[in-house]
Design a protein around this ligand. Structure first.
Ligand code: NAD
Length: 249
């Protein structure tokens, strides 16, 4: 039995890393999947990889018109939505005394504002018992070098989730947070880690994680599937840490 048979799911930033793995799994489990991404070429590659009739909507989550367009398209094509995974995110690692206003604004515009207005825009379309999944980060609750702004931009998500879980309770809509620890995705390349130093970087990271390794996107996708499906029907307002135990140390 497919866990998401007939459900309609949106995954933002579903062209790469955790979002792409979740989109693939949701589609395999019977969902009609819509992924968003900034660039058309990566979107098309992702849609081909996801298969199962997945649809791509191009746009930037920091742009409110994108959210309005996405909502219009979901309504036109499906009439409503069962799963909204707000996954798109960016990170810049900089010591606080060197952070520029541009870096600050970029992370808050995408990681925080993008999630807030994405949920605001899509909520009228959500069907009763829908599931909202917000991708945060271990960094939201742990002090890590150079992470202050990123951590702040993710920490706000916990407050949003608490409010939305109660605001939407009459419709039985659940709101939960997926909080990854280090996962080997393209985001690591975006930290300025070159291919040359990548093995050393991964080894150093692995030593900090009780599991002794980074997470795999499939492990995050399975956790997202749990939160998306009726398997978690009595789970609301939680932060699910999928971090190999790193939040313990
Ligand atoms: P990734 O770089 O592979 O994926 C990020 C996705 O967000 C990409 O699809 C990218 O196109 C999209 N995106 C970025 N800015 C966007 C914008 N303005 N508009 C629309 N889409 C945008 O990285 P990932 O590791 O898969 O990251 C997914 C989420 O997980 C992010 O929110 C990230 O902060 C979070 N996270 C990742 C890790 C990790 O170690 N990989 C750890 C903790 C949290």
């Amino acid at each position: 039995m497919q866990r998401l048979a007939g459900k309609v799911a949106v995954v933002t930033g579903g062209n790469s890393g955790i979002g792409l793995a979740a989109a693939c799994l949701f589609a395999q489990e019977g969902a009609h999947v819509i992924v968003t991404a900034r660039r058309n070429e990566t979107l098309e590659k992702a849609i081909a990889q996801i298969g199962h009739g997945a649809i791509g909507i191009q746009g930037d989550v920091s742009d409110l018109e994108h959210h309005a367009h996405l909502a219009t398209e979901v309504r036109r094509r499906f009439g409503g939505l069962d799963i909204y995974m707000a996954n798109a995110g960016v990170i810049t690692l900089t010591s606080s005394h060197e952070v520029t206003p541009e870096e600050y604004d970029q992370q808050f515009n995408i990681n925080t504002r993008g999630i807030f207005f994405g949920v605001q825009s899509i909520t009228p379309l959500l069907r009763d018992k829908a599931s909202i999944i917000l991708t945060s980060s271990l960094a939201a609750t742990k002090v890590l070098d150079g992470h202050a702004v990123y951590a702040g931009s993710k920490a706000a998500i916990a407050a949003f989730a608490r409010h939305w879980a109660l605001e939407l309770r009459a419709r039985r809509i659940r709101v939960n947070i997926l909080s990854p620890g280090p996962v080997d995705t393209p985001i690591i390349g975006k930290l300025g880690i070159t291919e040359q130093i990548r093995p050393e970087f991964l080894a150093q990271m692995s030593a900090l994680i009780p599991a002794g390794r980074l997470g795999d996107v499939q492990e995050l996708a399975l956790a997202a599937l749990y939160l998306a499906s009726a398997d978690s029907s009595f789970v609301n307002g939680i932060e699910l840490h999928v971090d190999g135990g790193m939040s313990l140390v």
